[in-house]
Design a protein around this ligand. Sequence first.
Ligand SMILES: [Zn+2]
Length: 317
Amino acid sequence: MNATGYFTHRDCWKHEMGAGHPECPERLDAIEDRLLITGVGDALVRREAPQAPLGDIELAHDRMLVAAIRGLCDQLADDITAGGPAYAQIDPDTSLNVHTWNAALRAAGAVIAATDSVLAGEMENAFCAVRPPGHHAERNKAMGFCFFNNIAIAAKYALERHGLKRVAIVDFDVHHGNGTENILSGDDRVLMVSFFQHPFFPYSGFEGHASNMVNLPVPAYTKGMDVRELIEMMWIPRLEEFKPEMIFISAGFDAHREDDMGQMGLVEQDYAWITQRIKDVAKRHSKGRIVSSLEGGYNLSALARSVEAHIRVLADL
Ligand SMILES: [Zn+2]
């Protein structure tokens, strides 16, 4: 009952966006290696991620977007057979290969299956080691390394399919989760709390947001101690008042001091502290129920150490 699940699938390694792209399969290798050599992996309940049913993905996305991504993957396979390029570009940073469709279905399927397992009481919480990540994907738009918004899908799934009345989303990636906000803004069954470097990609989230969004834009070079103080003042009271029945985490680790994708100053202990504070809220209001899913984190060593710190707290190790 107090177990922590670990959901992933080999298909998540097969999606890649070209040589030298920071959102690379080696990110998952770094995490797996770290969990193996530290023994942390032995304490987790390891599960294969199923493919998400399209009807569940369409809880958060328009059918047209889902069909478009599938169509691009199919078209790409045909083009490659005819001698064409190996990638189809969606935006300057984001492209798909022939495996992207299956990887995206597994990534969304992981968070859905983790949600089922946690709500069934098979485990207390779970971490999904998946890619592509999700929090930049909007209802109608794939962007910023993201195709389907895994966490938004899981939140909607918990509300619509399991009948929960209140779920919280915590996003500690260095970038604003514009996609999650786009999908869930104004839905009072959801409370989303986040911080993000500002001004910074995707240049959103700093003005005019709905009352169910607690957005904390912070300047470059903000350190962990300042982030902790903001969380204590701005996130925790709102979460306590909201009393979520379940908490979802968009777990990006690119606010780490060693991660050059962003310019913030968090370290492993900060991720452990944030996770513990979320866990405290979950213990009080949510029967401990947390599903966390990988978003960013591009310095492989810092990513692996930070995920370990995050999982150690989730699993009480
Ligand atoms: Zn990020």
